[in-house]
Every structure is written in C-alpha cells, then in structure tokens.
Design a protein. Structure first.
Length: 102
C-alpha cells in the first residue's frame, strides 16, 4: 500500500520550482477564504470523490490543513486511493503563513 510523505515549508518552496504541484487545502471554507497558499484547491467531503476520480494518480499532491495534523489523514487516504506522490505539509497553513513565502 502506498503511503504519504512529510514535507516542510522550505521543501515545498523548492518543490514549486521543480515540478507541478497540486495543493489541496482541507481547512473549513471560512479559513480558506481568509487566506490560503496561492493555487490551493479546497478539498472537502463533497469534492474528494471528484478529485480522486478525475486526477492522474501520478500527480504530485500536497495536502495542507491548519497545523499539519489532519492533513496526514487526508494524505493517507489519497495514498490509499492510488496516488503515488502524496505529501502532508508539516505545520500546515500556519507554518506557511508565518514563513517568508513567495
């Protein structure tokens, strides 16, 4: 069975320069609207089935939540659905927002 990997904010910044990344934000709608990483798509129980069915399984997928805890469950689920390059952002959006991001 496939598993996900952990990713730091700095590793994510490098990854952006190296390849196409699909960012999935699992936070609630209000938090997502208040601020999210540029290009991040909001993933929730209504959109997850469509994402799984319509996205290439070899895509690089990074899951982001508030602090990097619940994103691990979502990343694990996606890996279990056949995605081969799945990451959970350590520290979540909180760590991203407090870093000097691009």
């Amino acid at each position: 069975m496939m598993t996900f990997q952990h990713l730091s904010v700095e590793q994510l910044k490098v990854m952006f320069d190296e390849r196409e990344v699909i960012l999935l934000d699992t936070r609630d709608e209000a938090s997502y609207q208040a601020g999210h990483i540029d290009g991040a798509l909001r993933l929730d129980e209504r959109s997850v089935t469509g994402f799984v069915n319509e996205t290439a399984k070899d895509s690089t997928v990074v899951v982001v939540c508030y602090h990097g805890h619940s994103s691990q469950s979502a990343a694990n689920y996606l890996a279990g659905q056949g995605f081969s390059d799945v990451y959970s952002l350590d520290g979540g959006y909180t760590a991203w927002a407090s870093s000097s991001h691009r």
